[in-house]
Every structure is written in structure tokens, then in C-alpha cells.
Design a protein around this ligand. Structure first.
Ligand SMILES: Nc1ncnc2c1ncn2[C@@H]1O[C@H](COP(=O)(O)OP(=O)(O)OP(=O)(O)O)[C@@H](O)[C@H]1O
Length: 608
């Protein structure tokens, strides 16, 4: 059972997790030199900006009363120069930070994707693919603003604040203290909303994940949806999920929006207080407070609240980012359950003996799927596995490639326990054709070559010829260079199977695993294919699952499996003689097919 579905929220972390920020820093660390340089530039720019109100104060209090026009002109030129330097610094900062943000994001995205490549089938069995996708793309992108601007702006703004307070103090201590009175009020607001805001963002990220999971599922299942006229139902589900996401987002954003009005109100109140008290202090002849001082001071007050605003935004994006980081790191930390054991060695060139010894396996704890499987397939033998649907056939062959870990027992290849060797060296020597013959976007040639990246074009064509795929490929407009879409939607199911069949063969494996490899291939092609297939199986150990029993009649051994147990084992003749499960299955299939007039001719040809 899937651990997670599109309508089930993922669990939330209950605490603000500083560990995630520490880990985020490990991505920033390699770029710290550029970061320090940019912060330095920004500090210079902000320090330069601090001089403007002071210069204005000088004009108001000295040059204008003295009618010193030369002084005004000189000072104006200095101001222009300062602004020019600030603009150049800002341009440089934008350039550096954008590159920086993107490199960090690229690194995080690569780490998730690389890890996803390692994760076992069980990880993908357990959760909707849309929820995985949203982490790699959307969540990582959401960090972009924080990484490219947020951190640098915050450090710079902290310095700006310090400068501003120093400048303000240097002008007038009394007015400065009046202005700083607003800060504790702001702190109280932040403290009040912080936990609610974090949880709101976590919920919002969950809802977006659910929505993405459903969109991915709907796109994958669109053919079934349209066949069963389920469009309206789907739209309803989509609208409900989308609505929940919008509501969650609005709620989270509302907390963010609480901060800005709070800052605005506090800054307006303190500015008003500075004006009112400042004017009354000027008229009351309080020492050190002049018109110039008041004008310069209000200039600083404006600048004081701007960085406070940025810091509050940073705090908001930090909380949002933490809800995404939680998911991103969770994916990167997902344990690779099927991995090389310490001291694992390279699988020597496989000869082909495969032995199952008391293999017990379950996908989920407590629900055994295989209950002690025992058999030995010797080098070059072809083993067929038959049985009712859900019997455990695919599970048996998936274990040979070690796609899952066993609960107990052993699988030995040439006498070596497959747990003892590296997974890559094991899988490289096997040709596997899974039930879902997946086609990647690219050319037909690329798709077949997936089985052996070093294969030449001639080898690819040879493999295609062996599995009777060559003729239909040559019939496509560009032959082997014809582009196919992901999942091979422009190919028929049988054509897709032939391509993945060729792909499996190209690896020239000593062990060949074919799960329903020929189920969608028409019977006439299959008759042709049988010949190629029997040539191909020579010298290789093969495991074939086929519902069409004609395909496996000539196998060295047939395993009849039901409910995770081998009920019968032997070749076709032996099992037919036994008059047990296999015999019953064979006769019922033969009868069924023979009754259909169009099949009679093919039956006589031996296709069934
Ligand atoms: N990823 C999974 N997680 C949990 N249970 C699973 C998983 N895959 C298969 N099963 C269960 O394991 C049992 C055996 O499945 P398996 O795919 O091996 O059957 P099969 O004999 O190949 O069936 P079919 O002929 O229909 O392909 C089934 O009961 C199935 O429900």
C-alpha cells in the first residue's frame, strides 16, 4: 500500500529546525568568497549612502544661511558621484548574486536527482511521482530568491542598520532613542505570529505537493480517464485540491502580510513622534536640535525602517524556505535500502547458474509475498514462471536483479550470494525486460542502445533484426533515427515491447529476464520471433514470464507459482503428465483459443 497518496498530507516537523539552515549553509560555503565580496561591496555602498542626509544637513545649516553657492555646487557633484558608485555596485551585486543563487540551486537539485537515481523500487512504490517531482523542481526553485538575494541583502541590511544607528546617534541621542522605541513592538508582533506562520507555510507546501501528485497522476492516466468519461470527476478532485492549496497559501501569506502593516504603522508612529517632539524641542530651544538636524534625522528614519522591512521579508522567506528544505533534505536523506554491502566485490563474469534458497520476501512488513522459494536454474537453462495473476511471478524475477532486499534466504548466482557483490556489476550482466516496456524520449536507436551504451549502430540493428523489430522500424519515416516521445506514445504496445526486447538483448547478458516480453506482440510476429528467441536463448540462462503458454512450452523447466509458493516444477511434458495445475491451465487456454475460429489456423501452426 502506498505510504502516501495525493489526498494524504505528509507529516510536518513540529519544531523550527536550525539543522536545515546549517545544511543549507553547507551548500553556500563553497561560494563564501563571492558572498563575502558582495557583502563588502554592499556595505561600502550602504556606508556611502549614509552620507547623503549629513551632507543635506550641512547645506541646510551652513551653506544656505551663508549663501555659499560654490559649496552647494561642489557638494552636489560629490552627491552625484556617490550615487554613481552606488549604482555600479548594485549592478555588480545583482550579477554576482544571480549566478550564486543559480549555482547553489543547481547543486541542491543535482543532489536530489542523483539520490533519486539510487533509491530502490520500494521508494517509488510508496509515493506518488508528482510529490517527488515537486521537490526536485518547485521546492528547489522556491529557494532561489532566498539564496540569490535574501542572504546577502540581510547581511548588508544588518550592517546598514548599524551604520544608520551610529549616524543617528552622532546627530542626536534623544531623537535616536525615540526612534528605537518602535523595535520592541515589532519584536512582539514577530514573536506572536512566528509558530503559526511556519506551520501555515508547511501546510501550504503539503497542499501544493498533493496538487502536483494529482496532476501527474491525471496526466499519466488521461487515456483511462477519457475512456471511462471521468473528466468531470477529475476536474472536481482537481478543483478541490487546488482550492485547498489556494486557501493554505492565502492563510500563510496573510501572516507574511501582517508584518508589513506592523512595520509601516510603527515607522509612521515613530516618525510622527520625532517630528512632533523634534519641532517642540526646536521651538523650546533644546540644545543641539536645529532644522537641519531634524531634516537629516527624518532622512535617517526613512532609511532605518527600509532595512528593518527587508529583514522582516527575509524572515518570512526563511520560514517559507524551511518548509521546503524539510522536504528537500528528507528526499536527500531517504535511506538507500538496497545498496552495496561493505566490502562488496565486483561480480565476476556470470556463467549463469541461478539458485533460490528458501527465499522469503514481503513488500510490506507482515504481509509475506514469497514463502520459501527454492529452485536451481543451471547455466543455459530457460525457466518459465507461470501462475495466476498476483501469484508472485514478477516478484521472483525482480529479486534476481536485487531490486528489493530479501526478508530471508539467499539468491546465488554461480554460487555467489548476490548480496555480496556490487549491485552495478550484477545488473550490468543481466538483460532485463520488465512488464512496463518504458520508452524514453529520443530516437529508436538511442532507446535500443540504452541496453549497452557502447554498442555500435550495426549491433543495435542486429539486435532489432533478431527480435523482428527491424522491419517495422524501417517502415517509420526516419527509420532508426525516428524520434519517439516519452513512453513511446507514437508506437503500438507490441512495437514498444519489440524495442525493449532488443534493448535487453543488446546487453548480451548471460542471464536474460523477460517479463511478459511478448504479451502484446501479434501471434504471427511471435512465431517469427520464437526462432530468433530460441537462437538467442542458447547459452544463456533465462527466466520468462508469459501468460501465452505457447511461448514457454519448450522451456527447460516451468515453475507453477501460486500465493508465493512453487506448487509444481518440471518441463512441459512432465507437468502435462502430472495432470495438475499446469495441465489444467494449459488445457483451459488451449480450449479457449481453439474455440475462436480465427485462432484455429494459428493453433495448427503451433502458435498456441
Ligand atoms: N510494490 C508492491 N508493494 C506491495 N505489494 C506488491 C507490490 N508489487 C506487487 N505486490 C503484491 O505482491 C503480490 C505478487 O505480485 P507480482 O507482481 O509478483 O504478481 P505476478 O504473479 O507477477 O502477477 P501478474 O501476473 O498479474 O503480473 C501481489 O499480491 C501484489 O499485490
Amino acid at each position: 500500500m502506498a505510504r502516501n497518496k495525493y489526498d494524504i498530507d505528509e507529516t510536518l516537523q513540529s519544531e523550527f529546525n536550525f539543522e536545515q539552515l546549517k545544511r543549507l549553509y553547507s551548500y553556500i560555503k563553497p561560494h563564501r568568497k563571492e558572498m563575502y565580496f558582495t557583502v563588502l561591496l554592499m556595505i561600502i555602498s550602504s556606508a556611502l549612502g549614509m552620507f547623503t542626509p549629513r551632507i543635506l544637513m550641512k547645506i541646510m545649516d551652513d551653506y544656505i544661511p551663508d549663501k555659499n553657492i560654490r559649496g552647494v555646487v561642489t557638494i552636489s557633484l560629490i552627491l552625484m558621484l556617490l550615487n554613481l558608485i552606488i549604482v555600479v555596485i548594485l549592478r555588480l551585486k545583482i550579477h554576482i548574486t544571480t549566478n550564486l543563487g543559480q549555482s547553489i540551486i543547481h547543486q541542491i537539485r543535482s543532489d536530489i536527482f542523483n539520490h533519486l537515481q539510487e533509491l530502490p523500487f520500494s521508494y517509488y512504490d510508496d509515493r506518488p511521482h508528482g510529490k517527488i517531482q515537486v521537490r526536485v523542481v518547485n521546492y528547489v526553485n522556491s529557494l532561489s530568491d532566498l539564496l540569490s538575494n535574501g542572504i546577502i541583502n540581510t547581511i548588508t541590511d544588518l550592517f546598514s542598520l548599524i551604520f544608520i544607528v551610529i549616524f543617528m546617534l552622532s546627530i542626536n541621542i534623544r531623537l535616536t532613542l525615540l526612534c528605537l522605541l518602535g523595535l520592541p513592538i515589532l519584536m512582539a508582533v514577530i514573536f506572536f505570529i512566528k509558530t503559526k506562520q511556519r506551520i501555515a507555510w508547511q501546510i501550504s507546501s503539503n497542499k501544493s505537493s498533493n496538487l502536483n501528485a494529482y496532476i501527474a497522476e491525471s496526466i499519466n492516466g488521461i487515456r483511462v480517464t477519457q475512456s471511462f468519461v471521468r473528466e468531470e470527476e477529475n476536474i472536481k478532485i482537481f478543483n478541490s485540491l487546488s482550492g485547498k492549496y489556494s486557501d493554505a497559501w492565502m492563510k500563510a501569506v496573510k501572516y507574511n502580510f501582517l508584518l508589513w502593516p506592523a512595520i509601516d504603522n510603527i515607522s509612521t508612529l515613530t516618525t510622527a513622534a520625532v517630528y512632533i517632539l523634534g519641532v517642540s524641542w526646536i521651538t523650546g530651544d533644546v540644545k543641539g536640535i536645529t532644522v537641519g538636524v531634524l531634516i537629516a534625522f527624518t532622512g535617517y528614519i526613512g532609511r532605518f525602517w527600509a532595512p528593518v522591512n527587508t529583514l522582516a521579508s527575509f524572515y518570512n522567506s526563511l520560514l517559507t524556505a524551511i518548509s521546503y528544505l524539510e522536504r528537500i533534505f528528507e528526499t536527500i536523506d531517504e535511506p538507500v535500502l538496497v545498496k552495496d554491502k561493505e566490502g562488496a566485490f565486483e561480480m565476476p563474469p556470470i556463467k549463469g547458474t541461478v539458485e533460490f534458497k528458501d527465499v522469503v520476501f514481503s513488500y510490506e512488513e507482515g504481509i509475506p509475498i514469497l514463502n520459501g522459494i527454492n529452485f536451481t536454474a543451471r547455466q543455459g537453462e530457460s525457466f518459465a514462471i507461470v501462475g495466476p495473476t498476483g501469484a508472485g511471478k514478477t516478484t521472483i524475477i525482480n529479486l534476481i536483479s536485487r531490486f528489493y532486499n530479501l526478508d530471508s534466504g539467499q539468491i546465488l548466482i554461480d554460487g555467489i550470494d548476490i548480496n555480496e557483490v556490487t549491485i552495478k556489476s550484477l545488473r550490468k550482466q543481466m538483460g532485463v525486460m520488465l512488464q512496463d516496456s518504458f520508452i524514453f524520449s529520443g530516437t529508436i536507436m538511442d532507446n535500443i542502445r540504452y541496453g549497452n551504451m557502447e554498442a555500435t549502430n550495426e549491433q543495435v540493428i542486429e539486435a532489432a533484426k533478431t527480435v523482428c523489430a527491424h522491419d517495422f522500424i524501417m517502415g517509420l519515416e526516419k527509420g532508426y533515427d525516428t524520434e519517439v516521445n516519452e513512453r513511446g506514445s507514437r508506437l503500438s504496445a507490441g512495437q514498444r515491447q519489440l524495442i525493449s526486447f532488443a534493448r535487453a538483448l543488446l546487453a548480451d547478458p548471460k542471464i536474460l529476464i523477460l517479463d511478459e516480453a511478448t504479451s502484446s506482440i501479434d501471434t504471427e510476429t511471435e512465431i517469427l520471433l520464437q526462432e530468433g528467441l530460441s537462437r538467442l536463448l542458447q547459452g544463456r540462462t533465462s527466466f520468462i514470464i508469459a501468460h501465452r503458454l505457447s511461448t514457454i512450452k519448450n522451456s527447460s523447466c516451468i515453475l507453477y507459482v501460486d500465493k508465493g509458493t512453487i506448487l509444481e516444477m518440471g518441463n512441459h511434458e512432465e507437468l502435462m503428465e502430472k495432470e495438475g495445475y499446469y495441465n489444467k491451465l494449459f488445457i483451459s487456454q488451449y480450449d479457449f483459443l481453439n474455440k475462436a475460429p480465427e485462432n484455429q489456423e494459428l493453433c495448427q501452426q503451433g502458435a498456441y
